[in-house]
Write a protein that binds this ligand. Structure first.
Ligand code: SDX
Length: 429
C-alpha cells in the first residue's frame, strides 16, 4: 500500500482511491469501492487495464520482454532447470534443495497412473476426436475418481490434487494420442524422467523397448518449461474464476483447458504451423502479410502478437534456438523453419507490425519442433495444456489461499431494452 491516491469520478463527484504498489511493475488503483462511492462501474471488456488479483508467481514486463518465475528469468530456467524443479518453484515459491526436489519428484512419480476405468472413458470418443476435446472430458472426469482430493478447504487435499494433476497430464495426453492412432495405451515407467516418461507413453509400444532420445528429451523439457506459467492469461484467469466459486480443482483445470483451446490463445501453436504449411514457400509470404494487414480480412498471422509483450516474447527466442538445434541434431531440414524465419524477418521490417509492436510469441516456432519430434498438429495444444497445468495449479492454490479472494462476479454496461410489458403471441402483429 502507498499513501498515494488516484482521483476519479464524474459530474463533480470526484473520489480518491488508494494506489497499491507491488515489488515491481505498474502500481494499481484499488477500485473495489468505486461503485459504492460513485454509483458507476469501470469498463474494461478485454481486461486490458485491469489487475484481477495479487500474485507472486510470474512477472512479465511486456515492454522489455522480461518473464520471471518467482524472480528467476525464463531463459535461465529453460537452460538449467528440470521441469520438476520448475514445478516445485512455481508451486512452492523457491528453488528446491536436493532433498526437496527428490521428494517432490518421487511424489509426482507415484501419481502418474490413471484409474484403470478411465481408459474405458476414452473408448467413448471417436478415434478422430480432437485431443483437446478428450483432455477437457477426461480431466473434468477426474473429480469422479479422486473424491479424496476435492475438498478445497483442506490444504493437504489441495496439494494431493495438485500433485495428481501435474503427474497425470502426461499420461492423459499420451493416451489421447495413442487412442487417435489406434495403438495400445502405454503405462507410465517411473524409472524415467517426467519428460522421458511422457515420450515413452507417446511413442513407445508394448512390443519393444523404447529408448528415450536425449536430444528430444531436452527439447521437450525446454518446451514444457517455456509453457509452464504466464501470469493472468485467459486460461489462468478462467481457472481462477472457476476456482473462486469453490469448484473442485479437476473441474477448474478442465475449464482452463477449454479456454486454452482457442486459436487466439493456446490453439495458436496448431494454427501457426498450419499457416506456415499453407504459405508453403517464402515466395508467398507477402500475400499473407498483406492479408494480415487488411482490416477487411479476419486473417491474422498466427504465432504473432501478444496482449502483454510489445517486444520479443522471451520464450519465442529460446524456442527458435531450440528448433534449430533439434532439427540439426536430428538431421532434419524442414522448409517450414526457413519459411518461419523469413516470415519473421519480413514482418519485423514492415511498418504495420513495427507500429503495432507485433512480434513472434511462444506459439510461432514451437510447432516446428513438435512436428520434428513426430507429434501431429492436433496434439500441439494438448502439449501446451500438459505443461501449463503446473501454472494453473500454482495460481489456483495461490487464489484459494488469498484472504482477499471472493467469488469473481463482474458487472456490465447494459445496452438492452428498458422494461416493457409482455404481449401475447397473437397480439404481436
Ligand atoms: C498465447 O496472454 C498470454 O500470456 C497468452 C500466452 C500464454 O502463455 O498464456 O502468451 C499464450 O496465447 C500467445 C498468443 C497466441 N495467439 C496468437 O498467436 C494468435 C494471433 N495473435 C492475435 O490474435 C493477437 O495478437 C492476440 C490475441 C495474441 C492479442 O490480441 P490483443 O492483445 O487483443 O491485441 P489486438 O487484437 O487488440 O491487436 C492490436 C492490433 C489490432 O489492430 P488494430 O485493431 O489496432 O488496427 O494489432 C493487430 C490487431 O488487428 N494484430 C494483428 C495480430 N495481432 C494483433 N494483426 C495481424 N496479425 C496478428 N497476429
Amino acid at each position: 500500500m502507498t499513501d498515494k491516491t488516484a482521483t476519479l469520478g464524474a459530474d463533480g463527484n470526484n473520489q480518491a482511491f488508494p494506489v497499491l504498489e507491488g515489488t515491481v511493475g505498474p502500481e494499481v488503483v484499488d477500485i473495489r469501492k468505486f461503485y459504492g462511492q460513485t454509483g458507476m462501474f469501470t469498463y474494461d471488456p478485454g481486461f486490458t487495464s485491469t489487475a484481477s488479483c495479487q500474485s507472486a508467481i510470474t512477472y512479465i514486463d511486456g515492454e522489455k520482454g522480461i518473464l520471471l518465475h518467482r524472480g528467476y528469468p525464463i531463459d535461465q530456467l529453460a537452460e538449467h532447470s528440470s521441469f520438476m524443479e520448475v514445478c516445485y518453484l512455481l508451486v512452492h515459491g523457491e528453488l528446491p534443495k536436493r532433498a526437496e526436489l527428490d521428494r517432490f519428484t518421487y511424489t509426482i512419480s507415484r501419481h502418474t497412473m490413471l484409474h484403470e476405468q478411465l481408459s474405458t472413458f476414452y473408448r467413448g470418443f471417436r478415434r478422430d476426436a480432437h485431443p483437446m476435446a478428450i483432455m477437457c472430458g477426461v480431466v473434468g472426469a477426474l473429480s469422479a475418481f479422486y473424491h479424496d482430493s476435492t475438498d478445497i478447504t483442506d490444504p493437504e487435499q489441495r496439494m494431493i490434487a495438485s500433485h495428481r494433476l501435474i503427474a497425470k497430464m502426461p499420461t492423459i495426453a499420451a493416451m489421447a494420442y495413442k487412442y487417435s492412432i489406434g495403438q495400445p495405451f502405454m503405462y507410465p515407467d517411473n524409472s524415467l524422467s517426467y519428460t522421458g516418461n511422457f515420450l515413452r507413453m507417446t511413442f513407445g509400444v508394448p512390443a519393444q523397448p523404447y529408448e528415450v532420445n536425449p536430444v528430444i528429451e531436452r527439447a521437450m523439457r525446454r518446451i514444457f518449461i517455456l509453457h509452464a506459467d504466464h501470469e493472468q492469461n485467459a486460461s489462468t484467469s478462467t481457472v481462477r474464476l472457476a476456482g473462486s466459486s469453490g469448484a473442485n480443482p479437476f473441474a477448474c483445470i478442465a475449464a482452463g483447458i477449454a479456454c486454452l483451446w482457442g486459436p487466439a490463445h493456446g490453439g495458436a501453436n496448431e494454427a501457426a504451423l498450419n499457416m506456415l504449411r499453407e504459405i508453403g514457400t517464402p515466395v508467398r509470404i507477402p500475400e499473407y502479410i498483406a492479408r494480415a494487414k487488411d482490416k477487411d480480412d479476419p486473417f491474422r498471422l498466427m504465432g504473432f502478437g501478444h496482449r502483454v509483450y510489445k517486444n520479443y516474447d522471451p520464450r519465442a527466442k529460446v524456442m527458435q534456438e531450440t528448433a534449430a538445434e533439434v532439427l540439426d541434431d536430428l538431421g532434419i531440414s524442414d522448409p517450414v523453419l526457413d519459411t518461419a524465419r523469413e516470415l519473421e524477418r519480413i514482418a519485423l521490417s514492415d511498418d504495420y507490425f513495427v507500429e503495432k509492436k507485433l512480434y513472434p510469441n511462444v506459439d510461432f516456432y514451437s510447432g516446428v519442433i513438435l512436428n520434428a519430434i513426430g507429434f501431429p498438429t492436433e496434439m500441439f495444444t494438448a502439449l501446451f495444456a500438459l505443461a501449463r497445468t503446473v501454472g494453473w495449479v500454482a495460481q489456483w492454490n495461490e487464489m484459494i489461499s488469498d484472504p482477499e479472494q471472493k467469488i469473481g462476479r463482474p458487472r456490465q454496461l447494459y445496452v438492452g431494452a428498458t422494461q416493457r410489458d409482455y404481449v401475447p403471441v397473437d397480439q404481436r402483429g
